[in-house]
Design a protein around this ligand. Structure first.
Ligand code: APR
Length: 249
């Protein structure tokens, strides 16, 4: 039995939304699970522009820890990231991954068509000159901007609560014209990403599928829901899609 009731046409665009759950089996914590990041730290203290203005060292330390963790040798893409890269390479139509994650596990797995709507942990943005550069070491008050040399002006290139996610116009265009929308490993609590299923289904024409460890907040909005680990279910879904594409050759 396939994981999708009605498979898309092989030349249809597929849009995949991913959240922290897809990186859990790689060793990175989610936010809202019992052992998640927001159970240990208050998001108001580390993930808002106000928090950064009040205590930049605390905010930088939070992201410095996460950046160091991401670079640890045992943190690598898992079977779900790898399956999505295979899908992009072999599906006849376009496949775009829109991720809420700031880690780089999708690109390490080989995904190329990727939108980091909440920014990237391994980049820094200069508040003085707006330059965005790769930054893999700790950030602090004395780190100079590689573009304008200002110090104290670099912040993590991440979208904080109260800020506008990146590339929303492009994401809207993709959702409005796709045959399949799949949300993977996201609790469906943070907008605008939580509203993508409605955009793809009701403003567009997409079949919609949820893959998550447990029913998300908005699970009733999806045509098909499959609950279990992404590392098992995503390779199955990709296998179904590619078998279907091959049959239609
Ligand atoms: N496979 C699939 N799903 C999983 C797995 C797994 N192995 N492990 C956990 N999950 C699910 C959890 O059940 C949960 O519903 O992943 C979901 C993760 O939800 P959140 O922690 O809320 O993460 P996310 O939806 O990505 O959060 C959205 O909130 O704090 C912000 O900016 C942050 O981008 C983040 C946004």
């Amino acid at each position: 039995m396939t994981l999708i009731d009605r498979l898309p046409a092989p030349d249809d665009r597929i849009v995949i939304l991913t959240g922290a759950g897809i990186s859990k089996e790689s060793g990175l914590d989610t936010f809202r699970d019992a052992d998640g990041i927001w159970a240990r730290v208050r998001l108001e203290d580390v993930a808002t522009p106000e928090a950064f203005a009040a205590d930049p060292d605390r905010v930088q330390a939070f992201y410095n820890d996460r950046r160091r963790m991401l670079r640890e040798a045992d943190i690598r893409p898992n079977a779900a990231h790898e399956a999505l890269a295979r899908l992009e390479a072999a599906w006849p139509g376009e496949v775009v991954v829109v991720t809420q994650n700031i880690d780089d596990l999708h690109e390490r797995a080989g995904t190329r068509a990727l939108i980091h709507m909440h920014g990237e942990l391994l980049k820094a943005r200069c508040m003085a000159c707006d330059a965005i550069n790769v930054h893999i070491d700790d950030l602090g008050a004395r780190t100079p901007c590689p573009a304008c040399t200002a110090t104290g002006a670099l912040r993590p290139h991440v979208v904080w609560f109260g800020e506008m996610p990146l590339e929303m116009e492009r994401i809207g265009d993709l959702l409005g014209d796709c045959g399949l929308f799949v949300a993977i490993g996201t609790s469906g609590t943070v907008y605008p990403a939580a509203g993508f299923v409605q955009e793809a289904r009701f403003h567009g024409r997409a079949r919609t599928v949820e893959i998550n460890l447990e029913p998300s907040e908005g699970h009733t909005l999806f045509h098909d829901c499959h609950h279990g680990p992404a590392g098992t279910l995503v390779p199955r879904l990709v296998g179904d899609l590619l078998a279907h594409a091959n049959r239609s050759d």
